[in-house]
Unconditional design. Structure first.
Length: 323
């Protein structure tokens, strides 16, 4: 007799080859759009035993209630801020995520944004294509000697710091909930203080209510007219209206964003702001990272259905297991 294929609801877009890996093991319902998601939960909610989502797509308490047999929510990637974890814990639904799976990819993308922005690569490219060769030859800063500030010194923040300090000889400062004893970087006890001491401010902290609009008008003013903002974390950490004003008023020199609050919708006023480089939340999208995220998700799902400990529960679940 063939083994039972557990019903799995997938709420995020996948390439055909990665989707096939889940379909080889599970009875997959693929619903990456909002309409498909609502229809799948309404029609088959009681059958689903697992959901695969990510931090942006999330999963609400109401959706969990519509899936009474749900056993696990597997988050594809590190951030899980739009998954209502307390609701999942209250219902006995395990939540896992993917720490470490995309660290290198996101850190590399952060450097790509920094270099593109500071060296004005997109502007120069557009100008040359329009026949403005001489006009495009602007003087732009070197990275060596610039001061890098990192909000959030987790795995990704550390990887960015290592690349910038070791590869570009940049002075590194950081702000996080706790001072790190194992790094040579300068600790700042406030985001505004870090911004004041930085030429490039990188946002690499987790999303959620506690960090919403952490980068506000005061922080942007402290960063100053020669400072650059890079966000490779979550759009919710930056006050979008304050950023739009800062870009248009010359309060900061520019911004590089891989994430936007309310994505995939992007405010038109942000897109028309000067000196902005923006990418579509693609920092974690490398073949290596995607393979690692897929493999870890498969292992966590398998462990849950085998009644074995999952490999990477979210910290809220991990603390309960160790209590």
């Amino acid at each position: 007799m063939a083994p039972v294929r557990e019903p799995l609801l997938i709420l995020i877009p996948f390439s055909a080859d990665h989707l096939a890996r889940f379909e080889a093991v599970y009875d997959v319902t693929y619903a990456p759009s909002a309409g498909e998601r609502a229809a799948a939960i309404a029609a088959k909610g009681a059958t689903f035993r697992a959901v695969l989502t990510h931090g942006t797509a999330g999963l609400s308490a109401a959706e969990m209630d519509a899936m009474p047999n749900l056993q696990i929510i597997s988050c594809y990637g590190v951030g899980y801020d739009r998954i209502e974890v307390p609701a999942a814990i209250a219902r006995g639904i395990m939540v896992t995520h993917g720490p470490g799976t995309n660290t290198g990819s996101v850190a590399d993308h952060c450097l790509a944004l920094i270099l593109s922005l500071v060296r004005r690569v997109p502007e120069s490219d557009r100008a040359v294509r329009q026949g403005q060769w001489h006009e495009a030859r602007r003087s732009t800063p070197e990275l060596g000697g610039l001061r890098l500030g990192i909000i959030g010194l987790g795995a990704i923040g550390r990887a960015v710091a290592k690349r910038c300090a070791g590869g570009f000889d940049m002075a590194v400062g950081y702000h996080s909930r706790n001072r790190a004893a194992d790094v040579p970087f300068t600790y700042h006890d406030s985001v505004e203080g870090l911004a004041r001491a930085s030429d490039i401010l990188v946002v690499a902290a987790p999303g959620g209510a506690q960090t919403r609009n952490m980068v506000n008008a005061g922080v942007l003013a402290a960063l100053g007219p020669d400072g650059y903002l890079i966000n490779i974390a979550r759009g919710s950490l930056v006050d979008t209206d304050a950023l739009i004003h800062a870009l248009n008023a010359g309060i900061i020199a520019g911004a590089g964003l891989d994430v936007v609050d309310g994505e995939p919708a992007v405010p038109p006023a942000l897109l028309t702001a000067p000196n902005l480089v923006i990418t579509p939340h693609s920092a974690a999208r490398s073949p290596t990272a995607e393979t690692q995220m897929t493999e870890l998700a498969l292992k966590n799902l398998a462990a849950r259905f085998a009644d074995a400990p999952v490999l990477t529960p979210v910290p809220e679940w991990a603390s309960l297991r160790s209590a």
